[in-house]
Design a protein around this ligand. Structure first.
Ligand code: FAD
Length: 388
């Protein structure tokens, strides 16, 4: 048993959660990992994977029982994200986006909204989180999508870009600015947009470097009418909801990155235990042992911090924004480093598509960019020490 296996065995999970994680592992080994190469090559949306995940009812683990779910701990959720992402990073982010987009509805929605909308997600519906616009990336407050009140409806105009699950989602958590509130930041509001709403259209899908099977859509809203009953909180509550939600999705994005890092590490260690040059296994060379030592130490520390944040959230802590930034930043930098080093350790074979590490290196890059670029996270972490 390696040090990393021992760490996995010590993740604090209940028996029921451990059993679920075991069935996710089995699903990943038998169904998801073997098809990941196909979906990366074709960039087809992996419906087979979504169906398989829904057959074990995985969305239910983050939806409260009152709304059709069977909620488990945040730690268990993070462990599942990491496991699926290790098998197929595209599938990992498709599934995690359900959580990222619907957790704000769970935390901020009223009883009627939750009764009406959440069972769809618990049963396996897909969610999308729509914040980014062409002119509003790192600074989301520059968004220009508008929400106009019209009797008991809200009329949406504008567009969003780079929206994961944007063409396949059943429910969208959509951010925009409330017309009539003068201050730009105070006007940010959030609502649930349902699939098939007239005026909602998919303008384009991205052809990406990595996570190719997850869809990334540009959306347009042309006088989309949504019942006012779909507004989360009050007009102007958007920024508060956005920050609280990002704090919980960033550890999840870190779990995704650590799944990629772990896959890269395991693949390279397996290879260098077999491959021989100059009559020795590659892992017998000291220069390579140093690379492995540095990587496994980083992995062990980043994974420990992932479970630490899981426990913090499970204990009810709400003030963990800086910790979430540190974890997201280090986990995603590690995913890039571990996958790049894996390609290096496999030599020329690592650069070719016959080995998974080539895909892992492409999949890793996005983790440094989304959910706040790592430059933005460094700024947030540094700024937290500014004395008032
Ligand atoms: C595959 C993919 C999936 C995505 N999924 C979603 C999704 O589901 N929902 C969603 O809303 N968005 C999504 N995004 C958008 C993603 O969150 C943004 O791409 C990201 O926030 C960066 O914004 P930008 O691309 O406009 O880059 P910019 O903000 O234009 O940044 C360009 C560069 O400038 C740097 N920079 C910007 N501001 C600062 C600063 N203050 N200090 C230092 N450097 C700075 C950045 O770090 C970056 O290196 C996705 C993007 C991709 C590519």
């Amino acid at each position: 048993m390696t040090i990393l296996d021992r760490m996995d065995a010590r993740i604090e999970l209940s028996n029921e959660e451990r059993m679920l994680l075991d069935s996710v592992r089995l699903l990943c080994q038998n169904s998801i990992a073997p098809r990941a190469e196909h979906y990366d090559r074709t960039a087809e949306f992996p419906w087979e994977h979504v169906k398989a995940i829904n057959e074990i009812g995985l969305n239910a683990m983050f939806v409260p029982e009152a709304y059709g779910g069977a909620r488990m701990s945040y730690t268990a959720y993070l462990a599942c994200v990491r496991e699926i992402s290790k098998a197929c990073a595209a599938t990992g982010i498709i599934w995690a986006t359900n959580y990222h987009s619907m957790k704000p509805l769970i935390d901020w929605g009223n009883e009627e909204q939750k009764q009406r909308l959440l069972p769809r997600i618990a049963e396996g519906g897909l969610g999308a989180l729509a914040i980014t616009e062409p002119g509003a990336g790192s600074d989301a407050t520059g968004m220009r999508t508008t929400f106009r009140e019209d009797d008991d409806h809200i009329v949406i105009n504008g567009g969003k870009t780079f929206i994961t699950n944007g063409d396949v989602a059943d429910l969208y958590l959509l951010f925009g600015k409330w017309e009539g509130i003068a201050n730009a930041k105070d006007s940010i509001s959030v609502l649930i947009l349902e699939k098939g709403t007239p005026g909602l259209s998919v303008v384009r899908l991205e052809d990406k470097m990595g996570t190719r099977a997850s869809s990334t859509a540009t959306l347009a809203f042309d006088n989309c009418r949504v019942p006012r009953a779909n507004l989360l909180g009050q007009p102007g509550d958007g920024l508060k909801i956005l920050f609280a939600s990002l704090n919980k999705s960033r550890p999840s994005v870190a779990a995704h990155a650590l799944g990629i890092a772990r896959a890269a590490f395991e693949d390279s260690v397996a290879y260098i235990n077999e491959r021989k040059q100059s009559g020795k296994r590659i892992l017998e060379f000291q220069g390579i042992q140093f690379m492995v030592a540095d990587l496994v130490a980083e992995l062990a520390l980043a994974e420990s911090y992932l479970w630490h944040l899981g426990r913090l959230v499970d204990s009810g802590e709400t003030d963990f924004g800086t910790e979430a930034s540190m974890l997201k930043m280090r986990a995603s930098d590690l995913a890039m480093r571990a996958s790049t080093d894996a390609v290096q350790m496999l030599g020329g074979y690592g650069y070719c598509k016959d080995y998974r590490v080539e895909r892992l290196m492409r999949d890793a890059k996005i983790t440094q960019i989304w959910e706040g670029t790592n430059q933005v996270h460094r700024q947030l972490i540094g700024r937290s020490f500014l004395q008032r």
